[in-house]
Design a protein around this ligand. Structure first.
Ligand SMILES: O=P(O)(O)OC[C@H]1O[C@H](OP(=O)(O)OP(=O)(O)O)[C@H](O)[C@@H]1O
Ligand SMILES: Nc1ncnc2[nH]cnc12
Length: 170
């Protein structure tokens, strides 16, 4: 399936110079959304994964259904101030801004194999910080999965030696 034709591109959002890849036009198509999740699951089927972690908010839209499809748990990586328990936090920068991400300090057991999932890899700032948080909790990040990769931003280079799966490249 050609997923790209279901993704809408909006120029200069949220700021001038950014070519925004809008996945809402894919998510509202049930069969296409399901095929995205099933295709990611197919590409990951030989990996041993204990948990999927996904950053708020679009990481939930990919990571949670992928966790259900693979039969593993899901851990939300949230923007600061949203999680009720004790957290660890880290500042980060992304293609068009900066923020702070947080995880519950007991979200992952040491040694668990974690896949990080998100809708889109741009500069890699969000995922590099997500990997850092998972590592701080003793998790072993074995890979990352994305619907979209913006190749010219070289996000892969920030992520070290982990396996990376992405379905649509710009
Ligand atoms: O590779 P990077 O340069 O870090 O950019 C990618 C991140 O940017 C977007 O999230 P955003 O922070 O806009 O939040 P949202 O999911 O809540 O829309 C996207 O969903 C990725 O998480
Ligand atoms: N160009 C882009 N489109 C959609 N989401 C993004 N997150 C970071 N860069 C983005």
């Amino acid at each position: 399936m050609n997923f790209k034709e279901y993704i809408r591109v909006i120029e200069d959002f949220p700021q001038p110079g950014i070519s925004f890849k809008d996945i809402t036009t894919l998510l509202n198509n049930g069969p296409v959304y399901r095929e995205v999740i099933q295709e990611l699951a197919r590409q990951l089927k030989n990996k041993q994964i204990d948990l999927i972690a996904g950053p708020e908010a679009r990481g939930f839209v990919i990571g949670a259904p992928l966790a259900v499809e693979l039969g593993v748990g899901f851990v939300p990586i949230r923007k600061s101030g949203k999680l009720p328990g004790k957290t660890i936090e880290a500042d980060y920068a992304l293609e068009y801004g900066k923020d702070k991400l947080a995880m519950h300090d007991d979200a992952i057991k040491p040694g668990q194999k974690v896949l990080i999932a998100d809708d889109l890899l741009a500069t890699g700032g969000t995922i590099a910080t997500s990997i850092n948080l998972v590592n701080q909790l003793g998790g072993d990040v074995i890979g990352a999965a994305f619907l979209i990769e913006l190749e010219e931003l070289n996000g892969r280079e920030k992520l070290g030696a982990i396996d990376i799966v992405s379905l649509v490249k710009y």
